[in-house]
Ligand binder design. Structure first.
Ligand SMILES: Nc1ncnc2c1ncn2[C@@H]1O[C@H](COP(=O)(O)OP(=O)(O)OP(=O)(O)O)[C@@H](O)[C@H]1O
Ligand SMILES: [Mg+2]
Length: 243
């Protein structure tokens, strides 16, 4: 039975789908057979972010109608070996999605459930941005998951600008983790290329480190402030005010 993990953003746009994809890439690169269960039944955002939109013949909606089996709806990533995606496009039956995830669990090392199948998961990761409104929403989401019986909840702090942390303008990921009383599994830097589908070197390294923590291979968290320290770093921080 693989590790089935519920991934969700503290609030809309916190980066759950982006993190599910890049975390999935990092796990698959480490040799883990990884499935992303895309919970976006309205738009299939997981298909878009992973570059697999248009490749799907079936989705879970077809499996639910009996037109195919669940495993026939699973797509294999063209470039990332070991990475697979299960689209839920047009399937709004949460219980069916959970059953499909459980059915697939035997054949994968990791299943990352992006906003779906929480009842099939024993672990959860909440993505939060480093801003008060997002942290507050994360607190509520974590409490709801714990009340629902999901005890193993960790957080990833996404879109962190290390310069703002150094300036004391935003809380550090470690402070957010202790405020939320939840283990910090990863920190992903703000990457302005990401909305255009590009993952820069720093973010890719951060996802790799996060994957190692999630898999229990390491406890090291990406140091988001390193490049903003020292003389060069303080110039970068000052320049940010002008650009
Ligand atoms: N580390 C990052 N730096 C900069 N932009 C990011 C980062 N992570 C995600 N984004 C951007 O934030 C936007 C929202 O991300 P995403 O769709 O993954 O969030 P979500 O939590 O899945 O949203 P939804 O609630 O709609 O499902 C996207 O444009 C994405 O490219
Ligand atoms: Mg999403």
């Amino acid at each position: 039975m693989g590790n089935v993990i519920f991934l969700a953003g503290a609030r809309g746009g916190a980066g759950a789908t982006t993190c599910a994809y890049y975390l999935g890439c990092a796990l698959s690169l480490a040799g883990e057979r990884t499935l992303i269960a895309d919970g976006d039944s309205a738009c299939g955002d997981g298909l878009q972010v992973s570059g697999m939109s248009g490749l799907n013949v079936y989705t879970l909606a077809d499996a639910q109608k009996g037109a195919c089996r669940v495993r026939q709806a699973i797509l294999k990533h063209e470039k990332q070996i070991n990475l697979f995606l299960l689209p839920s496009l047009n399937c709004t039956d949460g219980e069916f999605i959970s059953r499909a995830v459980c059915e697939s669990a035997e054949t994968f090392d990791y299943i990352l459930c992006d906003g779906c199948a929480s009842s099939a998961c024993r672990r959860a990761i909440i993505m939060t941005e480093p801003y008060p409104s997002s942290i507050k929403a994360a607190d509520k989401k974590i409490a709801r998951l714990k009340d629902g019986g999901l005890g193993d909840v960790g957080i990833i702090v996404n879109k962190v600008n290390g310069g703002l942390v150094c300036n004391g303008e935003i809380m550090s990921p470690q402070e957010i983790s202790s405020l939320l009383r939840c283990p910090l599994l990863g920190v992903i830097p703000e990457d302005l290329g990401m909305p255009m589908g590009k993952c820069g070197r720093a973010a890719a390294k951060a996802f790799k480190m996060t994957a190692d923590v999630v898999a229990g291979r390491s406890a090291k968290i990406y140091g988001v402030t390193a490049r903003y320290r020292g003389l060069g770093g303080s110039i970068k921080r000052k320049l940010r005010n002008f650009v």
